[in-house]
Design a protein around this ligand. Structure first.
Ligand SMILES: [Zn+2]
Length: 480
């Protein structure tokens, strides 16, 4: 292990790398030229930082709109096509919880309000949310994309004109690849139905959203494109088959966020038991969650088995809920880890990817990845929910569970701009986790450096078969 205590030129390292936050990271170790450093050293931190900065992330989860939707500005998700859009997902939730009123939020979001005047509405609350992960992601985007050090009355005009300037054909590439240093993104599209035929299929790789296959289910939305009239459960199975037959070779995974309405406790219910419930849904009956559970459970497994047969990993939302003030029963979230175990045991051949580290119950998820070969943990969204908890998660994970089953970045954004901030926060966190493990003596310099590539991109390439998907997408019929 290194014990060197050389002072290194922090500024030069950071400037060359162009990473916001690394200065803070390297300064925050408390290890100066004269302070004793137990195991790691400033050289170790600096080498880790360099490598993390240079290594591209495979971004395993986004909700990005298609670039053409952003260029047109016409999409229901874009309330006002101005700089306030960067705050609409997720920082608005922190603003509400900091005390912003409904009326103020309405004004702030409105396309009718002058973009410059929006600062006055935000100003009283900005100091309270500036340091949360959501706030930092936006502030870093202002710095890296608009060259504005801090949002204020003086800079809001520059931010607005830079916002407009940036949105030109090709800007997704500029933001995601050139600035955020991402290899590719995996999008759970909110625009299409179950699969989005992206105009940029190699940059915006896609999940099949199977939410509507098992929750609801979304009979109208999903049977239409398939051209199948649904008269019974067997017809619905055919609809699900159609989506997989058409898109499985182009999709990277399947994804469901059903955990926003229920636990992930899916019993393996046979078709005969689901059929009468499905019939009632077809007849337009409004069923309670309890009544429809056996049908949802059956359909979940039908789709999951289909995904498994197609070699597609199954991504499931776990833990914390986006939004504010709604129902977030902690007792239900708490059950997610236990239910995740049942899933892993029921289908050992299925690759499960548990998203968002099940925040705040992340130690439980580490124990699951340690115990079940098919359990993978994805840190998507987690860095901006809690940067410090996420650093602790990664530190704890890397010396407890196999390193080939952790995925360390997914921006989880609808607007593309804050992905830049989220990626910078994630890089800061990866540097902190590895640097601290060296300082504490759990890793040495070489083993820490060896972990960078797999956890930032290599694991994702293997788990989601990205080389094969790229080859298939090159030949996708909708590819320009
Ligand atoms: Zn998401």
């Amino acid at each position: 292990m290194e014990t060197g205590r050389q002072e290194f030129t922090r500024r030069a390292t950071i400037k060359g790398a162009g990473l916001f936050g690394a200065a803070a990271v390297l300064g925050a170790t408390g290890a100066g030229a004269t302070s004793p450093i137990p195991f790691g050293s400033m050289n170790t931190w600096s080498e880790i930082a360099q490598k993390v900065i240079q290594t591209p992330f495979v971004d395993t989860h986004e909700h990005l709109l298609e670039e053409k939707s952003r260029l047109s500005g016409k999409n229901s998700r874009i309330q006002a096509n101005d700089w306030s859009f960067l705050l609409s997902h997720y920082l608005d939730s922190d603003l509400f919880c900091a005390g912003m009123t409904e009326e103020e939020m309405k004004q702030f979001r409105s396309a009718e309000t002058d973009p410059i005047a929006k600062w006055k509405i935000l100003e009283p609350y900005w100091p309270a949310v500036r340091n949360t992960g959501y706030g930092q992601a936006v502030a870093i985007a202002f710095q890296q994309l608009y060259d504005v050090e801090e949002l204020s009355a003086e800079t809001v005009g520059k931010i607005q004109s830079a916002y407009e300037q940036l949105i030109r054909p090709g800007f997704y590439e500029k933001v995601l690849v050139e600035t955020a240093n991402l290899d590719s993104c995996q999008v759970n599209s909110l625009e299409g139905s179950a699969f989005q035929e992206s105009d940029q299929p190699l940059l915006l790789m896609q999940d099949i959203s199977f939410l509507g296959m098992h929750v609801g289910p979304d009979i109208g939305g999903l049977s239409g494109p398939a051209g199948i009239e649904v008269k019974d459960l067997a017809d619905w199975h055919k609809v699900i088959d159609w989506w997989f037959d058409k898109y499985a070779k182009y999709a990277v995974a399947v994804k469901s966020q059903a955990a926003y309405g229920r636990d992930i406790d899916y019993a393996d219910v046979p078709a005969e038991q689901a059929e009468p419930i499905f019939k009632r849904v077809l007849n337009g009956e409004k069923l309670s969650r309890e009544e429809s559970k056996p049908m949802e459970d059956h359909l979940f497994w039908y789709a999951v088995r289909k995904a498994t047969a197609c070699n597609l990993p199954v991504k499931l939302h776990t833990g914390y809920y986006a939004g504010h003030g709604g129902r977030m029963p902690m007792s239900r979230l708490m059950k997610n880890p236990d239910s995740a175990i049942e899933l892993c045991r029921t289908a050992p051949e299925t690759t499960f990817v548990f998203m968002h580290i099940c925040y705040p119950f992340y130690e439980e998820m580490i124990s699951i990845a340690k115990h079940y070969p098919n359990a993978h943990i994805d840190m998507c969204w987690a860095w901006i929910i809690s940067p410090s908890a996420s650093t602790n998660f990664l530190k704890s994970y890397l010396v407890a569970a196999p390193a080939n089953k952790v995925l360390t970045f997914g921006g989880d954004y609808i607007p593309v701009e804050p992905v830049v901030g989220h990626a910078a926060i994630a890089r800061t966190g990866v540097i902190c986790a590895l640097g601290q493990l060296c300082d504490e003596g759990w890793l040495d310099r070489k083993r820490a450096l060896d972990l960078v590539e797999p956890i930032m991109c290599g694991n994702a390439r293997k788990i989601f078969h990205l080389d094969e998907k790229r080859r298939n997408l090159e030949k996708a019929p909708w590819k320009a």
